[in-house]
Every structure is written in structure tokens, then in C-alpha cells.
Ligand binder design. Structure first.
Ligand code: GLC
Length: 642
């Protein structure tokens, strides 16, 4: 809405900061009123609201002034491409710099390995200063602007970013928005008794409010850090620590916290980050009587971040790491007027989990039941699709999705957990339960892609047939995330079939957290085998290479809301079509250990059926039959029909 006072303010700002860029002014003009109303809705009652709003506006201008010409050029190129991140060209990998390569400066040497595979988008796991032993893999940040010594320096990071840019590759890093390490400067100042910094966190003199809040807050790490508050002896106060006891939750009811953290987002944007991964956004607003997750204010704050970055650093997209219930994940794309104006990406945690579900049971109905929810994603936003990441697997899909498939939710989830943690006899999966809650019996799962697919078990038994089956499962899982729509994000090690790494048990800073079993230390001698024909590493790597090529081969696979799920015909076969401009890929996936069949009816379009189709994966040409004829899929086989 036009607001003359705000427009006047904007003119003054542009003048003060000597900004002459017409596009910047255009973007600011378009977003100014909404930035104002969002800020006002949350912080309007704060005594310094007007002054802090002015600070916010100044920080937007300053971020633009600080943005290098190179990055501004890149912003313009991205804008020209349209929504650049919807492209089928993007294929990512998530990795820990130290465990993958050593230091940031060692990464450049590894680029040919990644490029050969087809990866052009890197998610570097947290890089910033974080206390050893109390680090949560870098998610307990001590300084948002200093790179961890072990990994290098901020200059190394800048240099690596420009190498990536020259190679036409993209970079993602995390902003840990919800909390800091208790060794962060703000926490230290708070501990020294300075009230201004105590207000950066949630801290209470007694258990009254903590007790009230804990009544309704689920525990995130019930085994290693039970509860959501930690008593700090020095302060003689209870500090909110939703994750680990050493991660202090930031208090976003304080606008100063928001403005400081937005400054850190801008800082990362101006390092040349293409996508910023907002860690744990569901948690950033708390309120007594709620789960303290997914609250409307959390969404407002994320929208505010989106609008501010859209103005100052427009080429940077936002990924919201909201691993919550299916309907709630959808809200991170923005709702109502803000649909598609919050996070550009969200993890498709629902799809990931239902794939694991289907692999354990050989039944795809729960996956099919989840799709009506996932189809609500707005055009212009996209998924980050994945089979594994550094975190655990939560069975976060809804009970009704299980119910509708004819299973009992509690028993069904127990079965899946037992299957992957190897409790069930004959289960080839070697994973472990993570974060078991003794009060609710809730648990999530750890384990590498390969071990969960049975590779570790098969190798231990030297069973070649079982090794092949586990590789087939790995490829099936990866194929689905390549084609289901969104940007696939591989997890390092998985491309070479790495099984669980149990060395974390020797490290007291890690042994309490079994997620480390699936965060391997790369052995480059082993990885050389990706080139050795017939080796396990080679079979996995070369299949991924081929999948990535296939994905890149057609813009039918770009994510423009062009997916249609094929109604159930066979409980073990999931299928969808991807379509664009009259072209169509029919993708079929057999999740069972048995030969399965599905009617050629799946190839119908407007009453027409082609006489022949090509399976782009196997290379076969198939003659399309009548309704009563079937296309066959071997155990764990998939077909990409064109
Ligand atoms: C996110 C990270 C996870 C971390 C948590 C707390 O969920 O992915 O690894 O433990 O946030 O920062």
C-alpha cells in the first residue's frame, strides 16, 4: 500500500547512503510497507520501536552498499533466468569440510570429483567458531563471523566462493538463527550480569515459567539434554535451551536480537552465499501454553527476513529447515498473501520419511496418502529433496496417512523403527534409534543411507546377492529424490556407498550423539574406487552420475509444479508423471522385494496411448500394451518412461 511517510523515509535513506541503483529503489518501494507492518506487528509495543525500525532500514541499505559489484552482477544474471533455483540443473551435496577434505583450502582440489559426479551446489556444514566438545556439529555458534580455526579463515571462504562462482557452482551455508553457544559474546555478557544481554536470551529466576512451558514443549534431545531449560549456576537462573544444554535460545521478542541476526544473514549473503539455510526456523518464537514451534510470529519474522534480503541481496534464496508435520512444513513457503514470500526452499522431510517407510514395508500407500499435502506447494518455491542428511530420520508424517493405508499408527511406527534399528530378525538394515524419549517412547533414526539399505550387513556376510540388492535400494531411493521435484541434495559419502562410521564412540564430544555414525570421515583411497569398475563404490557412484545426467537432460524435470501422482494400482509401485510443454516423463518405482506389474493404463493421456516408450534408465524400448497388459518391474527397479 502506498504510504507517503514511509516513501519519504525511503528517499532520505537512499540519499544518506548514496544509493543510485534504480532496481534497489524499486524493490525497496515494493516491500517497504510490508516490512514496516511486519516489524510493527511484532515490535510495535517496544519502547524503542521507532528507533530500531530506523536501524533495520539502515541495515538494509548498508547491506546493499556492502554488496560487491560482482555479486550484484550475479544477482542480475539470476534475475534474468527467472526463478533460478527451480532448474533441473541444480544438484547439491552437503558435506563437512573437515571430514570431507580437511580445510576450506583443500576443497578446491576435490571439485573435479564432485563435478564428475555432476554436483554443482555445495552445502558446507557449519563453519563458524564453535566450542569443541559442545559444538553440535557446529550448530552451537560462538561467533557468527569467525571461521573455525580448524577449517581456515573467512578469507579462505571468500576465495572458495569465488572459485565456485567461476566454476558456475552454487554455495549454501547455515545461519543458526534460533540459538547461540553459551560461549557466544552475548551469552558471556549476560553471564557477567549485564541486563541488556540477559534480554537477548530467555532466562528466569525460578521454575515457574519454565515449568509452565515444559508442560507443552516436546523435548528435542530427551536422552542427552532432557527438558527445555538449563540451570546456570553463575547466573542463578534457568536459561531456555530447547536443543542441547549448551545452546541458548535467542529471544526474538527483543527487536535488537532480530536486527543483529538479520545483520548476520546479510553478512553471509555478502560472502556470496547463494542459498542461506535457516536452521531450525520452527523454534524462533516461544509462547507459554504452546509447543513453541511453528507459531505465527515465527512465520512473520521469516517473511520479514525474506523481504529485507529481497531488497538488499536479491540473488540469495532462503531454505527453511523446518522438520515438522507435513501441513506445517508447507507453511514455511508462506501462506495467504505471503504464499511464496517466506522460504524459497523447504526440506521435503515428509517425502524423505515416507520413502524410508515404503522401503521397509514394500508398501507405498502411505507415500501416496501424503501427496495431497505436498502438492500444495506454491508455484515458484521448491523442495530440497533428499534421502539422507546429517540429521536423524523422523517419522513425521501424520497418523491419518498411516490409518488410511490400513495400518495402526503406533504399531506401524514401531515396526519401522525396529526394522531400521535392526531389532527385527531378518532386517538387513543397520541403523540405531536416536533421541528415544522414555516418557513417550518416541524415537527417531540414525544410520547411513548404505547401512539402512542393508549394505553393511551384506558386506559383513560377504553375500554378493545381498550387496546387489542393497545397491538397488540405494539407487531407487536416490532416483526418487532426483525426479520427484525440487533440488536433490546428496549427503557426502553416500555417493560412494559409505556405511556407518562408529569411530564417534571414541570421542567424548560426540559419543552422546549417534547421528555421528552417519557423518563419515572420507578416506580418499577408498573413494578412488569410484573409478574401479564393478566395485561397490563404482556401482553407486556411476549410477548417481547417470541419474544426474538424466535429470539434467530435460527441463521437464525443473520444478514448476508439474507433477501428477498416478493413482494406486499396485501397493508396491509408486508412480508419477512430470510434464511440461507437451512432454512427459512417467516415473515408476517398485519398493518391494518381488517382481511387480502395473497396467499400461499408466501411459494414457487424453485417451491416447503411445505404441512404444523408452525406459531412459535401462535403455530398453518397450511396446506399450492394452489395459490388461502390464509393465513389469523387478524388485527395487524403477523406470523412467519417455
Ligand atoms: C538443526 C540441525 C541439527 C541441530 C539442530 C540444533 O536441526 O540440522 O543438526 O542439532 O538444528 O541446532
Amino acid at each position: 500500500m502506498y504510504n507517503p511517510a514511509l516513501q519519504q523515509k525511503l528517499h532520505e535513506l537512499v540519499k544518506t547512503h548514496q544509493i543510485k541503483d534504480a532496481k534497489f529503489v524499486e524493490r525497496f518501494t515494493a516491500n517497504m510497507d510490508d516490512i514496516h507492518s511486519h516489524f510493527h506487528a511484532i515490535y510495535g509495543n517496544h519502547p524503542q520501536s521507532a528507533k530500531l525500525f530506523q536501524n533495520l532500514l539502515n541495515s538494509i541499505c548498508q547491506a546493499f552498499v556492502d554488496r560487491s559489484d560482482d555479486l550484484k552482477k550475479r544477482d542480475a544474471q539470476k534475475a534474468k533466468k527467472g526463478t533460478w533455483f527451480l532448474s533441473q540443473d541444480l544438484v547439491g551435496m552437503s558435506l563437512y569440510v573437515d571430514r570431507f577434505a580437511g580445510k576450506i583450502n583443500d576443497l578446491a582440489d576435490k571439485l573435479p570429483y564432485l563435478q564428475k559426479l555432476g554436483v554443482n551446489f555445495l552445502h558446507l556444514m557449519p563453519l563458524f567458531k564453535s566450542p569443541e566438545g559442545e559444538s553440535d556439529g557446529g550448530y552451537a555458534v560462538e561467533d557468527f563471523r569467525v571461521v573455525e580455526d580448524r577449517l581456515g579463515t573467512i578469507e579462505d571462504l571468500r576465495r572458495f566462493q569465488s572459485t565456485l562462482q567461476k566454476e558456475d557452482m552454487y554455495l549454501m551455508i547455515d545461519i543458526v538463527l534460533n540459538h547461540t553457544s553459551h560461549h557466544h559474546e552475548w551469552a558471556k555478557l549476560a553471564k557477567s550480569g549485564i541486563k541488556e544481554y540477559q534480554d537477548y536470551f530467555y532466562m528466569y529466576d525460578n521454575r515457574l515459567i519454565p515449568d509452565q512451558m515444559e508442560n507443552t514443549m516436546p523435548e528435542i534431545f530427551p536422552e542427552s539434554s532432557p527438558g527445555s531449560f538449563t540451570y546456570d549456576e553463575k547466573l542463578d537462573k534457568w536459561v531456555m535451551t530447547v536443543f542441547h544444554h549448551y545452546q541458548w535460545d535467542l529471544n526474538y521478542t527483543n527487536p535488537k536480537v532480530f536486527i543483529e541476526m538479520l545483520g548476520n544473514v546479510f553478512y553471509y549473503a555478502n560472502l556470496g552465499v547463494d542459498v542461506v539455510r535457516i536452521d531450525a526456523p520452527a523454534f524462533i518464537w516461544k509462547q507459554v501454553g504452546t509447543t513453541c514451534q511453528n507459531l505465527p510470529e515465527a512465520h512473520q519474522l521469516l517473511q520479514l527476513i525474506k523481504m529485507c534480503t529481497e531488497v538488499a541481496t536479491p540473488g540469495m534464496a532462503i531454505l527453511g529447515e523446518a522438520i515438522v508435520a507435513p501441513a506445517q512444513i508447507m507453511e514455511y513457503f508462506g501462506t495467504g498473501r505471503y504464499a511464496r514470500h517466506e522460504c524459497d526452499f523447504a526440506y521435503n522431510a515428509t517425502q524423505m520419511a515416507v520413502q524410508w517407510d515404503a522401503l521397509a514395508t514394500g508398501d507405498v500407500r502411505i507415500m501416496q496418502n501424503a501427496q495431497h499435502e505436498l502438492m500444495r506447494k506454491p508455484l515458484g518455491a521448491t523442495w530440497l529433496t533428499y534421502t539422507r542428511c546429517h540429521d536423524d530420520i523422523g517419522l513425521g508424517y501424520d497418523d491419518y496417512m498411516i490409518d488410511q493405508a490400513g495400518f495402526t499408527p503406533y504399531d506401524h511406527r514401531s515396526y519401522i523403527k525396529n526394522y531400521y534399528s535392526g531389532v527385527i530378525e531378518n532386517s538387513p538394515a543397520k541403523g540405531a534409534l536416536f533421541a528415544v524419549n522414555p516418557k513417550t517412547q518416541d524415537a527417531r533414526l540414525s544410520g547411513s543411507l548404505a547401512s539402512l539399505c542393508g549394505l553393511e550387513y551384506a558386506i559383513d556376510r560377504k553375500d554378493n546377492a545381498a550387496i546387489q540388492t542393497s545397491i538397488d535400494k540405494i539407487i531407487l531411493m536416490q532416483a526418487m529424490s532426483m525426479f520427484v521435484g525440487g533440488v536433490p541434495m546428496l549427503f557426502y559419502g553416500d555417493e560412494a556407498g559409505y556405511t556407518n562410521d562408529y569411530s564417534y564412540l571414541e570421542d567424548p564430544g560426540k559419543s552422546y550423539d549417534n547421528r555421528w555414525m552417519h557423518r563419515p570421515i572420507i578416506n580418499w583411497e577408498q573413494n578412488k574406487r569410484v573409478q574401479k569398475k564393478g566395485s561397490v563404490e563404482n556401482r553407486v557412484y556411476s549410477a548417481l552420475q547417470k541419474l544426474i545426467k538424466l535429470r539434467r537432460s530435460s527441463d521437464v524435470l525443473a520444478d514448476v509444479k508439474n507433477i501428477h501422482w498416478i493413482p494406486n494400482q499396485n501397493n508396491s509401485i509408486a508412480g508419477f508423471t512430470r510434464f511440461k510443454d507437451g512432454e512427459k516423463f512417467t516415473c515408476l518405482f517398485n519398493f518391494s522385494s518381488k517382481l511387480q506389474a502395473i497396467s499400461w493404463f499408466v501411459m494414457d493421456e487424453n485417451g491416447q496411448r503411445p505404441a512404444e516408450v523408452k525406459d531412459l534408465w535401462s535403455g530398453e524400448t518397450l511396446h506399450v500394451g492394452m489395459d490388461h497388459d502390464h509393465v513389469m518391474l523387478a524388485p527395487y527397479q524403477f523406470r523412467i518412461l519417455f
